[in-house]
Ligand binder design. Sequence first.
Ligand code: T46
Length: 141
Amino acid sequence: MINKIKVKNAKIIKLQFFNDFPDGNLVIGEEKKSVPFAIKRFYFINNLFNKKAIRGLHAHKKLKQIILCVNGSFELHLDDGRTKQKIIMNDPYTGIYLGSKVWRVMKKFSSDCVILVVASDYYKESDYFRDYQKFLKSVNE
Ligand code: T46
């Protein structure tokens, strides 16, 4: 995992958890506490069996999200238009908050990888920058 975020509009979110070994761990996120926005949506990504899968390749205009790797691992590549950073996501208790205008690419998923995302708004395709040049132009405006 990582201990410092260099890109803008991103930060590390540490979740509270209870280690009930050998009966499991209980992990908690709470709106406006560990999650710094009101939650309108969650989604998860699983069945990542294709070793060459690449997801993301976009930024959001306004959406705020927390990305968690609740099982397995993957690489999260962030880019705020000036600074780039690679984060190895392999700690289910540490999420990455992403605010507006952070280009993200997700790859190198382990086959047991499960990604959980909590989001501040409903799905709106109009909130996506899917074209990198348009994203860069918007960052530099
Ligand atoms: C993000 C990363 C981490 C919906 O209809 N509703 C939804 O809530 C979402 C998330 C997606 N979709 C549709 C849109 C596409 O036709 O599902 C399809 C796949 O979505 P996308 O290619 O955007 O998936 P990822 O994994 O590249 O990106 C997703 C989120 O879209 C994005 O906000 O930050 O996960």
